[in-house]
Every structure is written in C-alpha cells, then in structure tokens.
Design a protein around this ligand. Structure first.
Ligand code: IMP
Ligand code: MG
Length: 171
C-alpha cells in the first residue's frame, strides 16, 4: 500500500454533515415516527455524527450487509444481520457510507420495504460520479466524488483505516 492523500478533511466533513442534518430535519419533520437505519460497518461513524445533527426524535437501528462478486459484474448482496426494531408503518432513513454501483442501497432499500416500512429515504456521505448508471440513487449525498478508492471516517481497506478522522484516497 502506498501514500494516502486527503480528499475531505475533518472540517469539510463536519460542515457538510451539519448541512445534511439541517436539510434532513426540514424534509422529514412531518414524517414521524422516524427510524434511522445504519448500514454496518462502513456507515457507523457517519451515522453517529449525522443523527446528532437531525433535530427530530428518532429510533436507531442497524443492519449488516455483505456483497459477493460472482462471475457476473452485478454481484449479489445478503443481509448478514437484520433489523432489531419493527419498522412497520414507520418512515425510515437509511444511511450508508458510499454509493458506488448502488447495489447495496437498492438491496437494503428493498429489504426495508419488505419489512413493512412506509417510506424509505436514503442518505450517503459519498457518491462516486462513476459509474453514471447506478442501480439506485440516494435521496441525499454529502459529496459527489471522483472514481477513487477512499478510506477513513468509517470506510476501510481490508478493515484498516476506519478510525481515520478524515477521508483519503490510496494511490
Ligand atoms: P455498491 O457498489 O454501491 O453496492 O457499494 C458497495 C460497498 O462497497 C459500499 O457500501 C462500501 O462498503 C464499499 N465501497 C465502495 N467503494 C468504496 C471505497 O472507495 N472505499 C471503501 N469501500 C467502498
Ligand atoms: Mg458498506
């Protein structure tokens, strides 16, 4: 592994997370009761910061998802750990770290709808500009980023770098 370059520093992330919290608070104010669902492990740090900027009463839950790349490029996603709370008739805000192909968000969205969620909104911190054609688009995205592999602020490379306070790319 070679050098790590800063893409978004702590201050930039902090400001954007605060803005997202303000936008989400305004948009979902009349959508209560609200349940926030974090996709583990990557989104745990972003979700922890974001929920404290959402000025609404929320229930918090998480799911764990794993994707498997088969012979086909579409891949497959399984839910390794499901919801603990009941989301029937509730509005859900699904939070993930990064939107790449969109497969993870599409499958987790469908899972939540199958669990009876009334509506599912989605928020990702990062949205890769490539591929342009995605399986799913997020309701909110923090940054539209270049097609780099990034780590930090929850994102990992083979489980390393998750606790880095800023986001960098490996070159
Ligand atoms: P998807 O292609 O949108 O389903 O993204 C799949 C998952 O791959 C994301 O939820 C991330 O956990 C992971 N991922 C995608 N791009 C990156 C990256 O640049 N760094 C770290 N993890 C990534
Ligand atoms: Mg992930």
């Amino acid at each position: 592994m070679s050098a790590l370059h800063t893409l978004y520093d702590e201050e930039t992330i902090r400001k954007r997370v605060t803005e997202l919290g303000t936008e989400i608070t305004a948009a979902l104010a009349d959508k209560q009761p609200l349940t926030v669902v974090c996709v583990l492990n990557g989104a745990m740090i972003f979700a922890a910061d974001l929920v404290r900027k959402i000025q609404l009463p929320v229930f918090m839950d998480s799911i764990a998802a794993a994707s498997y790349q088969g012979a086909k490029s579409t891949g497959e996603l399984i839910i390794r750990s499901g919801l603990k709370l009941n989301v029937k008739e509730r509005t859900v805000l699904l939070i993930d770290d990064i939107l790449d192909t969109g497969l993870t968000l599409k499958k987790t969205y469908e899972y939540l709808k199958n669990q009876g969620a009334k509506e599912v909104y989605t928020c990702v911190l990062l949205d890769k500009i490539i591929p342009e054609e995605k399986y799913f688009q997020a309701t909110w995205a923090g940054f539209r980023m270049p097609p780099e592999f990034v780590v930090g602020y929850g994102l990992d490379y083979d489980e390393d770098y998750r606790t880095l306070p800023w986001i960098g790319y490996l070159k």
